[in-house]
Design a protein around this ligand. Structure first.
Ligand code: ZN
Length: 305
């Protein structure tokens, strides 16, 4: 089982390096497949969408934004290709009518703003402030994780990732009352504001955080939640998912990873987990073969160097 968090060399990808792109295919096609499989019933079509995603990644690599991870870049493209496919298919279905395997409503999927390429412009935060906030949220998650404060981490994730209300949150985690949730949230925001203060380039963000933590919080929660989801601030590294699968996680990390997968139902991590679980299946062998061929064909047709 391959559990490495391999990250490609973007310069090589930009230079259309065959080896590097083939490695991308080997490392990522599986998790993309499982992401698509949650929306698309038809197996053949799943392979097509993965293929289109990888080709889209080759074509768009010049516009890769290093604020996000390469995996996020791929999932962003995959999300859009899946929507395109479902739209095309719905157009067909309306003409022929009467298929009963229609997946989740396209409108809902299209309205989701969790992938970087679909991030809408913030009301309160500039683009720059959002990028910094994404970094700080990840920093906060890592800090909280390394302190072993998994309940705190889950509470904040429930509020920002899950959009839970305080009263549902305190009950789920056996806290005293809603005030406990509000307290955890307040302390988290203060800490994130401190992290902003430590960075000279984050002055604008620091000021916005100060203003928003003092004034009301409706738009603030919305914005932070959006950045949290778009940046996948709390997604555990692949190695943690592999350990969860192998049953070797300790209680703290396990509680969080389970919560993230089962209650937050993070579809990126669920796709990763499925990939780890089924790495050697025939279905995936066929997928790899096709995706590999089409990627190579495309690279060669462009006279890759
Ligand atoms: Zn996740």
């Amino acid at each position: 089982m391959n559990v490495s968090d391999w990250i490609p060399d973007i310069a090589k990808l930009e230079a259309h390096d065959d080896e590097e792109w083939l490695r991308v295919e080997r490392e990522y096609a599986g998790r993309l497949y499982h992401y698509v499989a949650r929306r698309v019933v038809d197996r053949e079509a799943r392979h097509d969408v993965v293929q289109e995603t990888l080709l889209g990644a080759v074509r768009g690599i010049k516009s890769f934004d290093p604020t996000y991870t390469f995996e996020q870049y791929l999932f962003g493209i995959c999300h859009n290709r899946t929507i395109d496919f479902l739209r095309r298919r719905r157009a067909d279905t309306l003409q022929t009518e009467g298929e009963d395997d229609e997946p989740a409503p396209i409108e809902r999927l299209a309205a989701e703003t969790e992938t970087p390429s679909r991030v809408v412009r913030a009301q309160e935060f500039s683009e720059n402030a959002r990028r910094l906030l994404a970094l700080l949220l990840r920093e906060w998650v890592q800090e909280t994780w390394s302190e072993g404060e998994f309940v705190r981490l889950m509470v904040i994730e429930a509020l920002f990732f899950g959009g839970w209300r305080n009263k549902d949150t305190w009950q789920r985690f056996g806290l005293n009352d809603e005030t406990s949730v509000a307290g955890i949230k307040f302390r988290a925001l203060v800490r994130i504001r401190e992290l902003a203060q430590e960075r000279p380039e984050a002055t604008e963000l620091f000021l916005a955080l100060s203003r928003l933590t003092q004034a009301g919080e409706a738009t603030f929660d919305f914005d932070v939640g959006q950045v949290w989801r778009a940046s996948r601030a709390s997604c555990p590294a692949r190695v943690w998912l592999a350990r969860a699968l192998a049953g070797t996680l300790q209680a703290g990390p396990k509680s969080f990873v389970d919560f993230h997968l089962d209650e937050m139902r993070c579809e990126f991590c669920r796709a990763n987990l499925e990939d780890l679980r089924t790495r050697t299946s025939d279905e995936l062998e066929a997928l790899h073969e096709r995706a590999r061929e089409s990627t190579l064909r495309f690279l060669r047709s462009r006279g890759a160097n």
